[in-house]
Design a binder for this molecule. Sequence first.
Ligand code: DSN
Length: 421
Amino acid sequence: MNEFFPSLHHTDLPSFDPEIHQAIRGEIGRQARTLTLIASENHTYPEVLETNGSILTDKYAEGYPGRRYYAGQQYYDEIENIAIERARTCFRADHANVQPLSGSPMNQAVYFGLLEPGDTILAMDLTHGGHLTHGAPVSHMGKIFNFIRYRTKGPEGTIDLDEVRRLTRRHEPKMVLCGHSSYPRELDYSAFKAIADEVGALTMADVSHIGGLIAGGALANPMEAGFDVLTTTTHKTLRGPRGGLIVCTRELAKKVDAAVFPGLQGGPHMHQVAGIAVALRKAMTEPFRAYARHVVQNAATLGESLSSLDVPLITGGTENHLLVLDVADRFNTDGDEIQKKLEAVGLITNKQLIPDDPRPPLRPSGIRLGTPAVTTRGMGPSEMSTLASLIVQILRNEDPGPVAQEVSALATRFPIPGLAP
Ligand code: DSN
């Protein structure tokens, strides 16, 4: 019997590699005792941990179902076909590729598959809420493709669609890309699509942060607005294993598949593909749809509670699962200091650049919060109000002792589902 997950086989890990074994034990304790408020993290299902730790890790499966290069693929074809069908259903798409190892190769495969090096892509600026893989100058993609960046506008901090249109007309990109990692608002996919259509550009939405909220019906689906491609990592709001998937129109299917394999990757991680299939099956259930709604409702309540306690929020609130708090000037501090103080009381967050941040990335003005993981633990609106009050006590530099005690009590009252204590 495996002490962490009773359904797994007995292993000699504790005696053979005590350091690694102890580190895993330590991490289980850390997760159980603290509350994860990092917007991109979640607690996956025990069923996904079982598939991820299964014998499927042993085998190479280069190729696609029915077209593999090595023998012995009967179960791998079955698993991948199931994952593909579920991804198509969840995101209402003609075609799905479930092999990307994670978010970065997933997006690279789309760029390389559908564009030529040097082509222009319009995407959201990293410092205004975009993502590293959307052409940040420090990324290889930012050097290989010509990224033009749109930003958010003024004090309201929302995406400036007039600027998106202006830049599209001026630069005539081959692709218009939307998606974000620290933007708290819903996107107007129809508006992006209409702008891209003016110059005949492809449309791509990287919904990694909100993939589960789209699959669960809580947020709009860009494929239903006529987008060509959607990418999402599978371990955030989707609650699956670490990984990525791409869905697209029938016309782009061959190019996308060829770009993932053999263009960019070798053998897919089939234990991961099986985990994605399980997470997608969960995403098609009514409890998951309720979960997706609760993630959004919890974020709204957390935002309202923080606002009522005078904490400035970028865009004034949220329509998805995340919030960006502008803490530096109001509380005479910076995001790094607050991240550390929150961690010391068991609240796990990350420092965050805010739009036009005058401070450096390692000591930025903001803190990002997200509700996916605490919602997985079963928390609701009243716990969100409590969390807001605890966070504000830290922002106001009050005694951390009682805050730490209350966080610990909450973590005990809301255990991580399926995790042995
Ligand atoms: N690292 C993820 C995030 O925190 O947003 C995105 O890749």
